[in-house]
Design a protein around this ligand. Structure first.
Ligand code: CTP
Ligand code: MG
Length: 230
């Protein structure tokens, strides 16, 4: 099932505290965002990549794309002040119809098997996101006073990719822009309009590199994969 992918890469990586965009940090000598792009570069179903970048990093990113021989990036769009605005700038550049997904550049451990499951769900149901069951007991609190324990069996930790029909993705972002709504992911822009979104169960390897300790988890995931392939 062919699809296009939007990859927001225009954040600042404040919580990583590296003093620069965390996506330019290297894992095994390769920048984080290149790891992510390689998954799509090598996926025959991926027809094109739109990358949202901070204009001040555009030249450096273009050089890295050339150096690592990434050929599927069909557009570099300027990032915005929030992730949603970065994604919207790319949504406006989507070509044709079919399926488009949004995937954080900061999630390098996505795999093609899950991408395929997600694309098929989006093709069938219109909108679908990858998610994993929440493992922790989650409490709702006011300040540090517990109000209640939230029933865990209904809780999912949502990841990216999140996949939509191109027309739906355009519609939900246009509406959010018109109504000045800022959500924390793309699915929330659909949910608020009553558009149903399916959950596709993913895996716990698809972490978002957010804080410094995530780099240790990343190393562990890579080692596990190396052990498997030997
Ligand atoms: N992103 C983006 N434009 C923004 C903010 C974020 O394109 N204005 C991208 C990031 O580059 C990342 C993804 O959205 O690939 C998820 O965001 P997050 O993990 O929050 O990254 P940062 O915003 O860079 O990190 P932080 O919130 O710690 O500053
Ligand atoms: Mg952020």
């Amino acid at each position: 099932m062919p699809y296009q992918v939007i990859i927001p890469a225009a954040g600042q990586g404040k919580r990583m505290g590296a003093g620069k965009n965390k996506l330019l940090l290297e894992i095994r000598g390769v920048p984080v965002f290149i790891h992510t792009l390689r998954v799509f570069e090598s996926d025959p179903d991926c027809t094109g990549i739109l990358l949202a970048v901070n204009p001040s990093e555009k030249a450096e990113i273009q050089e890295l794309l050339a150096f690592y021989d990434i050929k599927k990036v069909i557009g570099l769009v300027p990032g915005g002040s929030e992730r949603q605005y970065s994604v919207y700038n790319a949504v406006k550049e989507l070509q044709g119809d079919g399926i488009a997904m949004v995937h954080d550049a900061a999630r390098p451990f996505i795999d093609q098997h899950l991408i395929r499951k997600l694309t098929e769900a989006a093709d069938q149901d219109g909108s679908a996101v990858l998610a994993v069951p929440v493992k922790d007991t989650v409490k709702k609190a006011a300040g540090n006073q517990i109000l209640e324990t939230v029933e865990r069996s209904s809780l999912w930790a949502v990841q990216t990719p999140q996949a939509f029909r191109v027309s739906t993705l355009l519609h939900i972002h246009q509406k959010a822009a018109e109504e000045d709504y800022l959500g924390t992911d793309d699915a929330s822009l659909a949910e608020r309009l009553g558009i149903p979104v399916k959950i596709v169960e993913g895996n716990y390897d698809n972490i978002k590199l957010t804080t410094p300790e995530d780099l240790y988890f990343a190393e562990a995931i890579i080692r596990k994969r190396e052990a498997r392939s030997n």
